[in-house]
Design a protein around this ligand. Structure first.
Ligand code: APR
Ligand code: ZN
Ligand code: ZN
Length: 367
């Protein structure tokens, strides 16, 4: 049996203060747990939300959750993975036993679990790992069900991104939005999440695929990733532009509109940009103070289709991660395009800054 070990990790010690690289203690894996040697971890908005106290007040947080690595050791009863396996981590290890799991919709599982034991600071203070992962660290402790084995030849910095933002975006298109061949899709907001929705739509054979953003750099990337049209919504009315591109008689919109910003005004654009029977998928994460925009109820009544939200792309890691890694390995999914830069564990604050200015799709910590 291995013992606990001390490694470096990035911790938000106090609300709204810069993060610190500190020593953290990783216990030996208990029943159902695994210790993973982290190789890469993307910087996501959610990490910043944790640092700002926007998720909860359970400081200190061990940040990082878009990770890939190698299983170092496993605890009793673990059969999913074994030491040496190359894995992508997920933040929703489903229980397999609740009502959602029983009815065959485990992505709605309400009994997801993480490691039972706690990682700590060297003084014994318990850490709250971001999304139950905490992977801005040389090693981390997770539930074995949070590990999904994928092709070990794949580049860690790229496939780790499937652990959160990229999966959310792809899944919003192919799982939640049920995008299929020939459907028209508009994606509002083409950051890491929206760009992934564009890839998902392209993989599914959608056409046209309309990218909407206020930043021309994002629109350029979107086109490289498969968008057939781009709309800069700071210059033109995106609803009119989408309707025009989709065609018909000018009165209808896209079959699927994906909102990947997480703001009321863009949700409203998405609402009106969809076809009468279209699907609106909200995947951008709103803040708790935001409300549904003021839309006449008659406009809701006057349309069929569906208003949906996509949580983690309604994904099943065991099904979706290996599939997407295979598509990446085959050259059909340019995951490398999402890795704007590789950084060190001490560069997280600079990465938050770049994220804030929209300079990156993803900064990825490589260990
Ligand atoms: N209209 C269109 N696009 C917009 C608008 C707007 N009004 N405001 C911002 N955007 C664009 C930005 O230019 C950027 O390209 O939305 C994109 C957001 O992308 P990122 O900041 O990279 O965020 P991402 O990681 O893609 O996450 C999307 O989900 O996790 C949440 O907080 C996150 O709200 C964000 C969303
Ligand atoms: Zn369940
Ligand atoms: Zn994330």
């Amino acid at each position: 049996m291995s013992n606990s070990q001390t490694v470096k990790g990035v911790v938000a010690l106090k609300k709204s203060e810069p993060v610190s690289v500190v020593d953290i203690v990783i216990p030996a894996p208990g029943p159902g747990e695994a210790v993973v040697q982290v190789q890469s971890c993307g910087v996501c908005h959610t990490d910043l939300h944790y640092r700002e106290g926007g998720i909860n007040d359970e400081f200190p947080f061990l940040l990082g959750h878009e990770a890939a690595g190698v299983v170092e050791s496993v605890g009793e009863g673990v059969t999913e993975v074994a030491p040496g396996d190359f894995v992508v981590l997920n933040w929703r290890a489903v229980c397999g036993d609740c009502r959602a799991c029983d009815r065959g919709e485990p992505w709605y599982c309400f009994a997801t679990h993480n490691a039972t034991q706690k990682m700590t600071l060297t003084d014994g203070t318990e850490l709250s790992p971001a999304l139950g992962i905490g992977a801005f660290a040389e090693k981390t402790l997770v539930a074995a069900g949070q590990c999904t084995k994928v092709d070990p030849e794949a580049r860690a910095a790229a496939v780790g991104l499937l652990g959160c933002g990229v999966m959310a975006g792809v899944g919003a298109a192919i799982n939640t939005g049920a995008v299929t061949r020939g459907k028209s899709v508009a994606v509002i907001g083409c950051g890491g999440v929206g760009a992934a929705s564009i890839v998902g739509s392209a993989l599914a054979g959608a056409s046209p695929i309309i990218a909407v953003d206020i930043d021309d750099r994002k629109l350029e990337t979107a086109r490289e990733l498969g968008a057939t049209h781009t709309v800069n919504s700071s210059q033109v009315d995106p609803v009119e532009a989408i309707r025009e591109i989709v065609g018909h008689d000018g009165s209808e919109g896209a079959d699927v509109v994906i909102e990947a910003v997480g703001r009321p005004e863009t949700w409203k654009q998405a609402f009106y940009a969809r076809d009468l029977a279209g699907v609106l998928v909200l995947v951008g994460v709103p803040t708790p103070d935001m409300t549904v925009p003021d839309i006449p109820l008659i406009d809701v009544f006057g349309r069929g289709g569906a208003l949906k939200s996509s949580w983690y792309g309604d994904c099943l890691p065991k099904r979706d991660f290996p599939m997407l890694v295979d598509l990446y390995r085959q050259g059909r999914f340019d995951l490398d395009a999402f890795v704007t830069e590789e950084i060190g564990i001490g560069d997280i604050e600079a990465a938050f800054e770049k994220m804030h200015h929209g300079d990156v799709l993803r900064s990825v910590v490589v260990l």
